[in-house]
Design a protein. Structure first.
Length: 125
C-alpha cells in the first residue's frame, strides 16, 4: 500500500475516536514510519506477536501539571511495514489493524497502562 493511502487510513482511524475523547486531544502528532525502532523510557507501544506496531511517546494527559506548556507535541508513531506484514494483503485487514493500533496508542495518551488498554479494547469489541 502506498504511504499516502496508509496515512489516510490513520487519519480516518483518529476521526473514529468518539468526539468527547477526540476533543480532549491536545498537542499530539501522528506520524507514520516504515520500520520500528526500540522504545525508550516514557514510551508505550503496542506489540502483536512480538512486533511493534505503534508507539506513544510523551507525557500522558493525566500526568500533565498546570505548568505543562511550551513543549513539543507528544507523538504517536504508526509502523507501516509491520502492520502490513501482520495484516496480510487484504486491505480491509490493514484498515482494521490501523484502527486498533491508533486507538490503542490514544488510550496510552489518556494515561491508560497496558492492562487498562487491553480491558478497554475488549469492551470496544
Amino acid at each position: 500500500m502506498d504511504l499516502d493511502r496508509f496515512e489516510i487510513y490513520v487519519s480516518e482511524a483518529v476521526g473514529e475516536v468518539p468526539a468527547e475523547l477526540r476533543d480532549k486531544i491536545k498537542n499530539l502528532a501522528f506520524v507514520v514510519e516504515d520500520a520500528m525502532r526500540m522504545p525508550r523510557a516514557q514510551e508505550h507501544g503496542i506489540k502483536s506477536r512480538g512486533i511493534l506496531l505503534g508507539l506513544y511517546q510523551g507525557v500522558p494527559l493525566p500526568k500533565r501539571s498546570a505548568n505543562y506548556g511550551s513543549v513539543l507535541p507528544d507523538k504517536i508513531t504508526i509502523f507501516k511495514q509491520p502492520i502490513e506484514r501482520l495484516a496480510g494483503p487484504d486491505e480491509n485487514n490493514i484498515i482494521k489493524l490501523i484502527r486498533d493500533v491508533v486507538h490503542h496508542e490514544i488510550a496510552h495518551y489518556f494515561g491508560m497502562d497496558e492492562t487498562k488498554v487491553r480491558n478497554w479494547e475488549r469492551q470496544r469489541k
